[in-house]
Design a protein around this ligand. Structure first.
Ligand SMILES: Cc1cc2nc3c(=O)[nH]c(=O)nc-3n(C[C@H](O)[C@H](O)[C@H](O)COP(=O)(O)OP(=O)(O)OC[C@H]3O[C@@H](n4cnc5c(N)ncnc54)[C@H](O)[C@@H]3O)c2cc1C
Length: 332
């Protein structure tokens, strides 16, 4: 029973996460099969499956979802869907879309910041293009008192992304944060190298399937590195967004912030829209701050497909989650 699907069966049996999904080496045949048939699935079906993970296609959809989250005492980070822009004009549309998002957040008085993918701003086209676009987005955010989280994409983009972050900070723009991926072997070194900046960091496992040379492959190795990086970041006085749905890491996160006596404003937890909502509600009930990642946009289909194709493990999660809902289980 090594697939995420099997993990679901065990979880619904006793409401605990006994079996853990395992990394690429163990991505199940079922997960891969799901990914293979996806492009043949009717768009409407993919839409129905991805509905719970994506706010919708328009800013109004994102505003509605963020308002609902805020009403539940949860914060949000809005992501305009679009990655690997294929031309300059596309990147400018993304910049404009973020501008509109900042206006909507201010107008509607929402508790939300934004997350942005460097490749949607042109990182794979030209570094200067991405730099110019990113500076614009971060300056727009500063004008409306908002904050930009630069998402981290696959490991070929890590160095450029961190360099752009340093450049923003060197310009005195402090309303910006980065993401570090526990799966990457380099991340612990990055924690140290960035420490003098006391960066605002979202710590994640990392969604991209990476080669053994650059990334840990075993589930427990990634967990261990997550805890190591979190401990070190907190020690350096960084504000950390602990972004995970993994019960063990949620517990470790709670333990480490409690050990340091941090107040609720000195860290936050983050989760993805539609994933482990009950666990998120529990965090909030226990007094922690929780921010939900809210993607929206026209490119929902490409986004859903690419995410699943990049990491078939996610397809397993989604399939098990969908089946559990069909059978009335609530998914912790
Ligand atoms: C707010 C936020 C922002 C992120 N930003 C980035 C980023 O910038 N770069 C990056 O590489 N990665 C990012 N990620 C993704 C992250 O790297 C992991 O791939 C993802 O969070 C799953 O890892 P986990 O720690 O939740 O643990 P896992 O062990 O993978 O998941 C724990 C449990 O959560 C559930 N689950 C997890 N993910 C899903 C899903 N997609 N659908 C349904 N159920 C799911 C399953 O029940 C699973 O058993 C982000 C994650 C979050 C929460």
């Amino acid at each position: 029973m090594s697939s995420p699907f099997a993990a679901w069966i065990l979880r619904t049996a006793d409401d605990s996460v006994k079996a853990r999904p395992i990394y690429s080496r163990f991505v199940s045949k079922l997960d891969r099969a799901i990914v293979r048939v996806l492009p043949a699935m009717p768009r409407s079906l993919v839409r129905r499956i991805s509905n719970r993970y994506i706010a919708g296609t328009t800013i109004a959809d994102a505003v509605r979802v963020v308002r609902d989250l805020n009403a539940k005492g949860q914060m949000a980070t809005v992501d305009v869907l679009g990655e690997e822009a294929s031309g300059r004009r596309e990147t400018q549309e993304i910049v404009r879309a973020y501008h509109d998002v900042f206006e909507a957040i201010a107008r509607e008085n929402l508790d939300s910041n934004v997350s942005v993918k460097p490749t949607s701003l042109g990182l794979n086209l030209a570094l200067e293009l991405c730099r110019a676009n990113l500076f614009k987005v971060v300056r727009h955010a500063a004008e409306s008192g908002n904050f930009v989280r630069i998402d981290m994409e696959d490991s070929t983009t890590t160095s450029d992304t961190l360099e752009l972050y340093r450049e923003l900070r060197a310009e005195g723009l402090d309303n910006v944060g980065i993401v570090l991926q526990a799966a990457l072997r380099r991340s612990f070194r990055d924690v140290h190298a960035l420490a003098p900046l006391r960066p605002n960091v979202r710590l994640v496992k990392g969604i991209y399937v990476e080669a053994p040379l650059v990334a840990y492959q075993e589930f427990e190795e990634v967990q261990d590195n997550f805890v190591r990086c979190l401990d070190e970041l907190l020690e350096a006085g960084s504000y950390v967004a602990i972004a995970t749905h993994d019960e063990h890491l949620l517990d470790e996160g709670k333990r480490l912030v409690a050990e340091r006596g941090l107040s609720r404003n000195e860290y936050e937890f983050q989760m993805l829209l539609g994933v482990r909502e009950l666990a998120g509600n529990r965090l909030v009930r226990d007094g922690h701050r929780l921010r939900i990642y809210v993607p929206f946009g026209e490119h929902w289909y490409e986004y859903s497909l690419r995410r699943l194709q990049e990491n078939p493990r996610i397809a397993g999660y989604v399939a098990s989650d969908t089946v559990s809902r069909l059978f009335g289980a609530d998914g912790t």
